[in-house]
Design a protein around this ligand. Structure first.
Ligand SMILES: N=c1c2ncn([C@@H]3O[C@H](COP(=O)(O)OP(=O)(O)OP(=O)(O)O)[C@@H](O)[C@H]3O)c2ncn1[C@@H]1O[C@H](COP(=O)(O)O)[C@@H](O)[C@H]1O
Length: 108
């Protein structure tokens, strides 16, 4: 029997690996499209690219409002939503988290 969590996040990884784990989970949802998964629904006509783009807009606005309110907890939560949806968009556009890493690295 195949391992259903193969290629997904594990809680034994160091905290700094969380973005890689999250991206691996997103890619796995994109491939497997399991029922009841919000992430999987973003890759189908149920939601799709427009829904992801809308979410990115919404979460960006919410992060800005949290920053204006000096609400650090809310800013952290909205930023997490934003990063998650941005990584879904990367997977949708056939980009890899390593592309982002390479772009940031090049700027040093
Ligand atoms: N990091 C996230 C994550 N961040 C945000 N979200 C979802 O993003 C959605 C939109 O957030 P909103 O704050 O706008 O909430 P909402 O208004 O209730 O959402 P909608 O009604 O608009 O869909 C919510 O349903 C959140 O649950 C996430 N969903 C999943 N993940 C990760 O993806 C993994 C796979 O999860 P599944 O999506 O269940 O497969 C999880 O283990 C998590 O690690």
């Amino acid at each position: 029997m195949s391992d259903p969590t193969e290629g997904e996040a594990t809680r034994d990884e160091p905290p700094e690996a969380v973005l890689d784990e999250l991206f691996a989970t997103i890619e796995s949802r994109q491939e497997e499209l399991p029922e009841g998964s919000y992430t999987a629904s973003l890759f189908t006509h149920e939601k799709g690219e427009n829904a992801v783009l809308e979410k990115i807009g919404e979460e960006t606005t919410e992060a800005i409002l949290a920053a204006k309110d000096d609400d650090r907890e809310e800013l952290t939560a909205e930023s997490a939503d934003l990063v998650y949806h941005l990584l879904v968009l990367f997977a949708m556009k056939d980009l890899d988290i390593d592309d982002l890493r390479a772009e940031l690295r090049e700027r040093f």
